[in-house]
Design a protein around this ligand. Sequence first.
Ligand code: SF4
Length: 440
Amino acid sequence: MTLAKKLFVKTYGCQMNVYDSARMADVLTPLGYAPADGPEDADMVILNTCHIREKAAEKVFSELGRLKRLQAAKAAQGSRMILAVAGCVAQAEGEEILRRAPFVDIVLGPQTYHRLPEMVAQAARAGGAVLDTEFPPEPKFDFLPDARAEGSSAFLSVQEGCDKFCTFCVVPYTRGAEYSRPAAAVLAEATRLAEQGVCELTLLGQNVNGWHGGEGWGLGRLIRAIARIDGIERIRYTTSHPRDMQDDLIAAHAELPELMPFLHLPVQSGSDRILSAMNRGHDREAYIRLAQRLKAAQPDLALSSDFIVGFPGETDADFADSLALVREVGFVQTYSFKYSPRPGTPAAAMERQVPEPVKEARLAELQTLLLEQTNVFNRSCIGREMRVLLDRTGRHAGQVLGRSPYMQPVHVKAAAHLIGQVVPIRITALHPNSLEGVPV
Ligand code: SF4
């Protein structure tokens, strides 16, 4: 009999990591691992790391310090906790992790999750630490089990890696070259998720709109095929690159009611000089024209974006261009950050790094403008009727929570049996972080 073991996965970063964490738990299920509530109850802990934000590696090392104490306490009671570090920090700093934290049993990069059962077996034999940060020739998706539905909304990874080499970003080094899963595999997984009750799919990829399936298959065609699957009512995709926004995908926004009118389309800066230094491969005018084409195709479309302020060499005039682009395009939800150098990236070695107080002042000014735009959009939703996917019970009796087509949280007084359905809701009020509505 296999004794039940407990697994705790702590996930940092983006939705791709959330998806990857679930897949790692899936490949360990046949080994007898069931979810643990926290690291204290776990026989194995995986930190699934992200290298995008500042001081990512240091945060991982301080978490490892806490886990080391737990691991030692378990060992004193005669039991063992296997400790694994996965994800982009593992890929970028694998050797360093094993040097500074020799109590870590497994370090694995994002492309080797399918080999995790072998690594666990190896670690359990106590033969020293296992390091696997290769980019193996076999795509991991061929070996990973399908995503399992855990509600009415699911992520589905269709693309991974990046060939764009933006000068500030580590992803091309940690995730490897762009890879698209075959259309047949994606459609089969989407169908199985729909059969398990999923009605909303979010297609994931570092450059999701760079997905291509050969023979005329681009993301627009893939989305059309997914929209024909019984039970799929809502489709989203993230994260897109402005350079890969094909005509057919823009047309899909006009044609498909299933394709949600909300698009995250990072621009990073509104200055041509900075866009060029970032190696983004497009200029400000191209982004503005693209936003106009998208809104012409789908007048309800709301855009979200990412901005970096204080990129090396950014002047006041460059920053003013970013503010002007925000005013011209209009965004409903935005992520903005101060530039911070990532070791090994070209931008980290650039001259004219912007002083920290200047970055802080620019970020505050940009965020004030972006917040104003978000508030204006949220206020404009009051009185509107929109289809909301109700997906869980709220904190108060009789309350159900859901998401609007624009990803806003909505709480509704409604019967719990409506959970899992897309329901027409009239928005009646605005709260600091959510909308309130009533079923129509
Ligand atoms: S497109 Fe640029 S920012 Fe996005 S993952 Fe690739 S290199 Fe990073």
